[in-house]
Ligand binder design. Structure first.
Ligand code: ADP
Length: 260
């Protein structure tokens, strides 16, 4: 009997131990994942921060070793200023990312008329559109969503800014809405370069830029915009869909629940 009990206890101990281990692993998995994501993010951010700094440092070091003419000094300052612009853009993106805090925002949601959001964004991006001679047409229904106005403006700004950046000069961008039973879909349609199918699954990842962005025609950006837009959409219990044909254009659609 004693032997039997000892064997039974051993089995219970081994099975119990194994199960506890498996359960603990399952519980800790999300924490480990988020820690790893955080570490990856910090590493990516540091890398992106270091690139312009390294460029500036080497230019200044070379300049200090030689005698510069006034024109060369001016050129150096100009080039440094461009790197500072990049750093500012990156710092701005990181700040936006940090400020998009789900816990902080949801409590303050109010009905927001979509038309006003789009009108404000179009007004703000008019100079950028004008520089690229791009026409922006907006046809927005009278509909309200429950949300944070500043974040919704940020979301539409990211989509429209990208549409302007990645469109050829003199093209047209359309913003439109489609009201469903519970949601409204806000689409930004451009006739730009489009996105390759192989890049589509990754464009919402932080710091991801599809190949052409790094290509001959340098378009500034850090691959942070769409990841911020996605967080904002999800914060409003919505999502962002994208359809794109390389060489023909892209349609980014934010689907957001409407106010009942
Ligand atoms: P950024 O524009 O700063 O690179 P985003 O996160 O906004 O970063 O976009 C990620 C990538 O998705 C861009 O680098 C670009 O390759 C692609 N992309 C986004 N919007 C468009 C668009 N409207 N047309 C073509 N490509 C786009």
């Amino acid at each position: 009997l004693l032997n039997g009990l000892a064997a039974l206890n051993l089995v219970i101990l081994v099975v119990g131990g194994g199960l506890s281990y498996l359960l603990a692993r399952r519980t800790l998995r999300p924490i480990q994942d988020s820690l790893e994501a955080q570490q990856r993010f910090t590493a990516d951010a540091s890398h992106e921060l270091r690139t312009p700094l390294t460029a500036m440092r080497s230019e200044i070091e070379v300049a200090l070793r030689s005698k510069l003419t006034a024109a060369e000094a001016k050129q150096l300052l100009q080039s440094n200023l461009e790197e500072i612009d990049k750093l500012e853009q990156l710092a701005g993106g990181l700040l936006q990312l940090a400020q998009t805090d789900p816990t902080k925002l949801r409590g303050e949601f109010k009905p927001v008329p979509l038309k006003l959001v789009v009108q404000e964004v179009v007004r703000q991006l008019k100079p950028a559109a004008k520089t690229r001679q791009v026409t922006v047409q907006a046809d927005i229904d009278e509909v309200s969503v429950l949300g944070d106005r500043a974040s919704l403006e940020q979301l539409v700004t990211i989509l429209l800014d990208n549409a302007i950046k990645y469109s050829p000069e003199k093209s047209t961008i359309q913003l439109s809405t489609d009201i469903g039973s519970k949601n409204v879909a806000v689409s930004v349609i451009d006739h730009g370069r489009g996105i390759k199918a192989s890049d589509l699954p990754y464009i919402f990842n932080r710091f991801y830029r599809a190949d052409p962005s790094r290509g001959k025609e340098q378009i500034t950006g850090y691959g942070l915009g769409l990841s911020i837009a996605k967080i904002i959409a999800e914060l409003h219990r919505g999502r962002i869909d994208v359809i794109s044909t390389p060489g023909h254009g892209s349609t980014f659609t934010a689907v957001i629940p409407t106010v009942n």
